[in-house]
Design a protein around this ligand. Structure first.
Ligand code: GLC
Length: 563
C-alpha cells in the first residue's frame, strides 16, 4: 500500500500543499443550517462557521465538508440548488464564503464543497426557462421532459417512484394554464433531474467546478454521483423490471450506476488536475461494492464513500468483513478507503447502536429509516449501550487506514432526536410518505454549544428544528475539559491519529471471534471488544480508551489503542 508522510511532522502549510492530504484525512461534515447562527435568524450560516474555526482546529480535523450552501428554497435542506455559483443570502454572501475559506486555510483546514449535479431546484433559471419554453425546445432539453401516457397524457410516462416516495414524475403546466408534459425527479418534485446528455449541462458544471476551485475550494463531495446519466429509451421499463439501487452489477439500470457516468468524471478529473494541489472529489454512490472502484479511481473522482460500516450492526464479524473488503477494494482502485458512521441522511450512530440488531434497516432505506423512528418502541432504545458502542466504533474507525468522515455533533455523542413534532418537520421524505417514514430531521437538529441559554448557544433566535432539553448536557461547554467526555475522546484520538498515521498498512492479529485486534505501523495497536465479557489486554502501553477499563481488563463495547 502506498504511504504518506506523517501529518504530525508537517507544518500546516506543508499539509495544505500535500497532494495526498486526502488519503488519510479526518473530514468533518458541516450541515450549515444547523451548525451555528451568527445573525439571529434561527438558521446556521457561513459567518457562524467562520467564528467556530478555532473549535474546528481544536478538534484536530484535516478538512471540512460543507453541505450545500447555495441559494435554495430548502425543499430538501439545500440539495435543491437555485444557483450553483452563489451563496444563499440566508447564509451569507460570497465575501463571507471567501473569509471562511481564508480562516479555515489559515488554520490548516481544507474545504470540500458539496456539489449537486443530478438535479437543480425548480427555481433554477434553467427550469423556469424550460417551463416557459415549448415542447422539444432546447430549454426543455436541459431536463428530462416526456409526454404522459393515456389519451390525454394524464398518466406519468412510467410508474417509477421517487427516492422520497410517490411518483418520480410531475406534470408541468403550460404557459396557457393547461396541463403539459411530465418531468423526471428522482427526488422531490422541487428537484428536477438534469439531462446529462445535454452538452450545455456538462459545460456549465465544469464552469461551476472551476468557479469554486478558483475560490480556494480544495475538493468536492458529489451528491448522488451514480445517477447522472440515464437511458430514457422508450418504452421505459416498469418499476418491477428495475433492479434496486446498489444491487445490479452490470450498469444496465436506466438511471443508477450506468457506465457512461464515468465519462463525465474523467472530464472533471482533468479539470481537477489543472490545480495545485489537484482538487479532490468523493462520490456519494450507493452502488454495488464491486462497482465502487471506478468512481474512486485516480482517473475518476478519486474517492468514493463506502457506507458498509454504517450499514453493519455493531458486530465483530460484520466489521471485520467490511474492513477487509474495503481495504482491498481501495487498494485495487488506487484510492484510500473511506469510513462513515453518521451523516445528515442517517440515524446518528449513538442511537443506532442502542437499537436491537438489524433495527428494521433494509435496502436504501437503511440510511434513514431506523426502526425506532418508524413505530418501534422507544422502550427498546438503550442509549447508554448505544453511546458506549458509538465511542468504541469511532475510536476503531479513527485507527483505520483511509479517510474518516465525521458528522457534526458525533464528537459530542449526540443522539438522534426522535420526537420532533410533525408540524416542525422539514424533510421531504416525511411529507412524501404521509409521515410513515419520519425522515432525516432527527440528525439535523442544531448543535448545542452551551449548557444553557437560547438554543444552547446555537444562536440568539432559537433553532429551526427543536432541540430537546437534554441537549444542554451534550453541549461543547459541558464537555470541554472533561477527560471522560466524548468531545475530549475525539480530540485526543484525532491528535494521536495524526501522529500515528505514518502509512496505510493494517495487520490483523488473531483474536477471539468477538474481538477485533489490528496493528498499524510503529507498533500502534487497536483492540475492540464486541463481546459481552471483559477480556485481557494485549501487551503494550495504553494510549487511549473509549471507556473505563474494568480491573485492568477491556470491558464489552470498548476500544483501546496501545503502542
Ligand atoms: C443525497 C443527499 C441527500 C439528498 C439527496 C438528493 O443522498 O445526501 O441529503 O436528499 O442526495 O439530493
Amino acid at each position: 500500500m502506498s504511504s504518506t508522510a506523517t501529518a504530525a511532522n508537517m507544518s500546516p502549510a506543508d499539509r495544505m500543499a500535500d497532494p495526498n492530504w486526502w488519503r488519510q484525512a479526518a473530514v468533518y461534515q458541516i450541515y450549515p443550517r444547523s451548525f451555528s447562527d451568527s445573525n439571529a435568524d434561527g438558521l446556521g450560516d457561513i459567518r457562524g462557521i467562520t467564528a467556530k474555526v478555532p473549535y474546528l482546529a481544536s478538534l484536530g480535523i484535516d478538512a471540512v465538508w460543507l453541505s450545500p450552501f447555495y441559494p435554495s428554497a430548502l425543499a430538501d435542506g439545500g440539495y435543491d440548488v437555485d444557483d450553483y455559483r452563489n451563496v444563499d443570502p440566508k447564509l451569507g454572501s460570497l465575501a463571507d464564503f471567501d473569509a471562511m475559506v481564508a480562516e479555515l486555510h489559515g488554520a490548516g483546514i481544507k474545504l470540500i464543497a458539496d456539489i449537486v449535479p443530478n438535479h437543480s431546484s425548480n427555481r433554477h433559471e434553467w427550469f423556469r426557462e424550460a417551463l416557459a419554453a415549448p415542447e422539444g425546445s432546447s430549454a426543455r432539453d436541459r431536463y428530462i421532459f416526456r409526454d404522459g401516457q393515456g389519451p390525454d397524457g394524464s398518466l406519468p410516462p412510467s410508474d417509477w417512484e421517487s427516492v422520497f416516495g410517490g411518483s418520480a414524475w410531475q406534470r408541468s403546466v403550460d404557459q396557457d394554464g393547461t396541463p403539459g408534459q411530465w418531468y423526471l425527479h428522482l427526488f422531490a418534485p422541487e428537484q428536477p433531474d438534469l439531462n446529462w446528455d445535454n452538452q450545455e449541462v456538462r459545460d456549465d458544471f465544469l464552469k461551476t467546478l472551476r468557479f469554486w476551485s478558483d475560490r480556494g475550494v480544495d475538493g468536492f463531495r458529489v451528491d448522488v454521483a451514480h445517477a447522472l446519466t440515464k437511458d430514457m429509451t422508450h418504452p421505459l421499463p416498469s418499476k418491477d423490471e428495475l433492479g434496486s439501487e446498489g444491487e445490479l452489477q452490470d450498469g444496465s439500470h436506466p438511471f443508477w450506476d450506468r457506465d457512461e457516468v464515468h465519462e463525465i468524471y474523467a472530464q472533471w478529473r482533468a479539470l481537477f488536475n489543472e490545480y495545485t494541489p489537484p482538487r479532490t472529489a468523493v462520490a456519494e454512490a450507493w452502488v454495488h461494492s464491486s462497482r465502487r472502484a471506478r468512481y474512486a479511481s485516480p482517473e475518476g473522482l478519486g474517492q468514493a464513500f463506502n457506507f458498509d460500516l454504517l450499514l453493519a450492526d455493531f458486530d465483530a464479524e460484520q466489521f471485520r468483513a467490511v474492513i477487509t473488503r474495503n481495504l482491498a477494494e481501495a487498494a485495487d482502485s488506487g484510492a484510500s478507503s473511506t469510513w462513515v458512521f453518521s451523516n445528515h441522511d442517517v440515524v446518528r450512530h449513538a442511537t443506532r447502536y442502542g437499537l436491537p440488531k438489524g433495527g428494521g434497516r433494509e435496502g436504501r432505506g437503511q440510511d434513514g429509516k431506523a426502526w425506532l423512528l418508524n413505530g418501534g418502541s422507544a422502550a427498546e432504545l438503550d442509549l447508554v449501550t448505544g453511546t458506549r458502542r458509538a465511542r468504541a466504533a469511532s475510536l476503531l474507525m479513527l485507527a483505520l487506514p483511509g479517510s474518516a468522515y465525521l458528522y457534526q455533533g458525533e464528537e459530542l455523542g449526540l443522539p438522534e432526536v426522535a420526537d420532533i413534532p410533525d408540524a416542525a418537520r422539514q424533510d421531504p421524505t416525511f411529507f412524501r410518505n404521509q409521515g410513515v417514514d419520519k425522515g432525516r430531521d432527527g440528525c439535523r437538529v442544531p448543535l448545542p454549544w452551551t449548557a444553557e441559554g437560547e438554543s444552547f448557544g446555537f444562536g440568539d433566535a432559537g433553532a429551526h428544528l427543536p432541540q430537546p432539553r437534554e441537549f444542554g448536557a451534550y453541549s461543547v461547554e459541558s464537555q470541554e475539559g472533561d477527560p471522560s467526555s466524548t468531545l475530549e475522546l475525539y480530540r485526543a484520538a484525532l491528535k494521536l491519529r495524526r501522529q500515528l498515521q505514518t502509512s496505510e498498512e493494517l495487520t490483523w492479529i488473531s483474536s477471539a471471534d468477538s474481538v477485533l485486534h489490528f496493528t498499524r505501523p510503529a507498533g500502534w495497536q487497536s483492540v475492540t471488544n464486541f463481546g459481552t465479557e471483559p477480556i485481557p489486554l494485549p501487551a503494550g502501553t495504553m494510549l487511549i480508551s473509549s471507556g473505563p477499563l474494568d480491573a485492568g481488563l477491556l470491558p464489552a463495547d470498548t476500544t483501546v489503542w496501545l503502542s
